[in-house]
Ligand binder design. Sequence first.
Ligand code: ATP
Length: 314
Amino acid sequence: SCDVVTFGEAMAMFIADRPGELHQIEKFTKALAGAETNVSIGLARLGFGMRWISKIGNDAFGKFIVEALRKENVDVDAVFVDDRYPTGFQMKSKVLDGDPQVQYFRKGSAASTICPGDVDMSFFTSAKHLHLTGIPAAISSCARELSFEAIKAMRAEGRSISFDVNLRPKLWGSEAEMIETVNALAVQADWVLPGMGEGKLLTGYSNHRDIAAYYLDRGVQLVAVKLGPEGAYYRTPTEEGIVEGFKVQAVDTVGAGDGFAVGLISGLLDGLSVSEAVRRGNAIGALAVTAEGDSEGLPTRGQLSAFMEASVII
Ligand code: ATP
């Protein structure tokens, strides 16, 4: 059975084997990239029934993506093969400190051609929960339409929806359009997860309380503002608080937000309190930055409880 459905673009990713400018690197390690596939893998490792909806090209990258997801027990029955367009890929630099450089080769990818007509909506509505990000809306007008259609179908069935804004300014035509569209999606979700910088850009407010209030005033039930190593702030119509982050040695900062989403969503679906779910989000966000690949650090139930228990300060 399917607990959570997501949709979006996955890519093959080539991670540089040593620090340096991307064009000078000879050796790369191949991995899987994509916010929605990261969240799918993370939730599947925690035992949730996951479905990922997308399109891939009829090529080696597409086969790689599907095989990697099958191995992680993610349902790929609604992953369609397109013979006309290729699967996208990306290259990621290795850095000793800070954020790595990421270069995308995704324009005109098979995933960006996905349209509402390609997907039987029961692939969405047979799941209990939809997790959406702002990325599909950025890659094409078709994928944007499907984002709105998926939300509409899930809301009509009374299903819950989480939305990670995942701003990708470079993929959008204009910043104003990005802000307007991402907010139009966000206000229809139950749980919204902006990073601090993203929240500022989207709402115009500069502190976490006001950012959260902006979405709560528009009908959102929970806003979790991610604060990097400091943890996260949460606010609902009845409660709010800051939950401190976990102390880890960061290896690669990409994927922290996806890890946070895995923790928060799984916690809420498991029936934890909001603050406990945010704490789990912090834990998985921290675990994600300890590994090089974007989904490598995502834990099983056993690994998660071992990490959270070891980090309790007595
Ligand atoms: P991303 O870089 O994936 O887009 P984001 O901006 O969405 O990330 P962050 O605030 O960077 O979100 O990270 C999400 C969560 O992961 C944080 O709320 C925090 O709990 C955890 N986290 C991130 N970086 C670190 C770190 N260096 N040490 C410990 N925890 C971290």
